[in-house]
Write a protein that binds this ligand. Structure first.
Ligand SMILES: Nc1ncnc2c1ncn2[C@@H]1O[C@H](COP(=O)(O)OP(=O)(O)O)[C@@H](O)[C@H]1O
Ligand SMILES: O=P(O)(O)O[C@H]1O[C@H](CO)[C@@H](O[C@H]2O[C@H](CO)[C@@H](O)[C@H](O)[C@H]2O)[C@H](O)[C@H]1O
Length: 489
């Protein structure tokens, strides 16, 4: 039974979380299913994972009536915790099993609670409805304290002693999590460009109202933590800032030129694709599969146009990119890919580039996320990302000083430089990719245009929902891809 205080506390807590994808939509909590306790009886905080099923009552596009299951690990205390946990407070309610009034906190922020996850992995703990699986030596003792990563995430990640990372999946589903499938394939088959897998936590829970049917899925993944790494997005935008600071210089003349890194990142991406093709399934698409994939693209464009009316003006021109793909005469090799590749999914370590987060686009149905696809989708995603890195400072609140007040006449010049930075790094990435793959994907212009269009359309919806100031960036790409602005690629 869901108690009113519990329901209200969890509802409000979800709405405040960066990782909650249902923000701004009306939803009700349909059920809360607790797993077995992680903590022993009689110990505070009492800790367990609770699975919250919610239903969107109304919504935009395809959201109405859909249900989602969110993972909420809770730490119950018999009195309020210190101020430092205030941001993780979920609510206060009567707890019949604990026979007490409890103060509930998000357990992942509570250092006294998170050791149950690390110990669970090291001991390969198994209970009736959850089990930890360890795939190798983690190299830590189990007494390490956790830190929650502050990165903007769709999930929540904890670092133990800068040695192990636990990513707790917030939206859970039946079946294997694609991130674990890919890391497991690399762990067993070799391949150096992704984090080493240490293990995962899996569970089962009833579907709907506790009937006989159960879902079985992954709740979290443990991996190597790259302690020396810097996020690719941060590195790229540092280079762009350097360029703006030296607006009289060209992209190849400034100290922070990024092209050599973009080239290496292209080569790493091609290596990852080669490994994925070697380790997991591959296939070749003919006309039937191309009709299916373009059907998805037309559908996403129609939905996006209904959500963001500004797209209507480009609708027909964008469709032509998909028409060309639907009529593509040659077979198209497909394989497992990353699925949501952008600079924020890359990390530069001292030993080279690494790719993270193989879960696919957060807005996509889980059933579609492990579908085979062309590597061109990932390359197109990265090309979009270089465009974002170059453009985002010219947009909204983050404009550099040079674009504010006196001197803002420089805007045209900075726009020109931004385009130059984007072109230079997009080209370097493709050349690096070709150096390993043996083929330059820019030569596959039909595929490249269709996938880049699909991504830009996705981004228009993503930005209009999450960062309206930034929607100009993908809209500019939409105009270019529709042939309205004849800029360089
Ligand atoms: N193996 C790793 N080592 C160090 N930092 C990592 C690692 N994996 C992820 N991160 C950091 O965590 C952030 C979020 O990771 P990601 O897998 O993209 O999570 P999400 O799926 O929640 O978006 C990344 O932007 C990066 O800063
Ligand atoms: O990292 P996630 O899996 O949560 O991906 C989502 O969020 C991304 C933003 O953080 C979003 O990426 C878009 O913005 C990036 C800059 O912040 C840019 O580099 C990407 O090219 C652009 O697509 C991603 O689309 C979304 O799925």
């Amino acid at each position: 039974m869901v108690r009113p205080n519990q329901q209200a506390g969890i509802h409000d807590f979800l709405e405040r979380q960066r990782w909650f994808a249902g923000k701004g939509r009306t939803f009700t909590i349909e059920g809360i299913h607790p797993l077995e306790w992680l903590s022993p009886p009689g110990v505070w905080p009492a800790v367990r994972v609770e699975l919250v099923t919610l239903r969107y009552e109304t919504g935009e596009g395809d959201e109405g009536g859909r249900t989602d299951v969110y993972q909420l690990p809770l730490a119950y205390r018999d009195r309020p915790a210190s101020e430092s946990l205030a941001h993780a407070f979920v609510g206060e309610w009567e707890h019949p099993e604990l026979d007490a009034t409890v103060w509930a906190y998000d357990a992942l922020h509570d250092k006294e609670a998170t050791s149950y996850w690390l110990r669970g992995l090291l001991d390969e703990r198994a209970e009736e409805d959850f089990s930890f699986h360890r795939t190798g030596d983690v190299g830590i003792s189990g007494d390490e304290q956790s830190l929650v990563l502050t990165a903007e995430q769709s999930n929540t990640s904890l670092v133990f002693d800068e040695a192990a990372l636990l990513k707790v999946f917030r939206r859970v589903h039946h079946g294997r999590n694609p991130d674990i499938v890919v890391h497991e394939a690399f762990a067993s088959g070799g391949g150096r460009n992704v984090a080493r897998l240490f293990g995962w936590l899996e569970a089962e829970w009833p579907v709907g109202d506790g009937g006989a049917k159960v879902d079985r899925g992954d709740l979290g993944m443990f991996s190597d933590f790259f302690r020396t790494a810097t996020d690719g997005w941060e590195l790229a935008i540092t280079s762009v800032r350097d360029l703006y600071a030296e607006a009289d210089l060209h992209a190849d003349e400034v100290g922070g030129d990024f092209a050599a890194e973009s080239y290496r990142l292209g080569a790493t991406t091609a290596e990852v694709h080669t490994d994925l093709a070697r380790l997991l399934q591959t296939a070749v698409w003919g006309p039937i599969e191309l009709a299916k994939v373009t059907h998805g693209m037309y559908g996403r464009l129609d939905l996006a146009t209904s959500l963001v009316p500004e797209l209507a003006a480009y609708h027909e021109a964008l469709r032509s990119a998909y028409d060309d793909l639907a009529n593509y005469p040659d077979p198209v090799p497909v394989q497992r890919i990353h699925g949501d590749l952008h600079l924020g999914q890359t990390m530069r370590t001292v030993a080279g580039w690494r790719l993270i987060d193989f879960e696919g686009e957060p807005a996509r149905a889980f059933a579609e996320r492990d579908a085979l696809d062309s590597p061109v989708r990932d390359v197109a995603g990265m090309l979009r990302s270089f465009d974002y890195a170059a453009q985002h400072l010219l947009t909204g609140t983050e404009r550099p000083d040079a674009l504010r007040g006196p001197g803002s006449e420089d805007h045209g010049q900075l726009e020109y430089r931004a385009q130059e930075w984007s072109d230079r790094n997009r080209a370097a990435f493709c050349e690096g990719y070709a150096s390993v793959a043996g083929a330059d994907l820019r030569d596959q212009a039909v595929l490249m245009r269709a996938y880049e269009t699909d991504k830009a359309v996705y981004e228009v919806v993503y930005e209009s929902r999450t960062r309206p100031d930034w929607v100009k960036i993908p809209l500019a790409a939409v105009r270019r891809l529709a042939g309205v602005d004849q800029e360089a690629t």
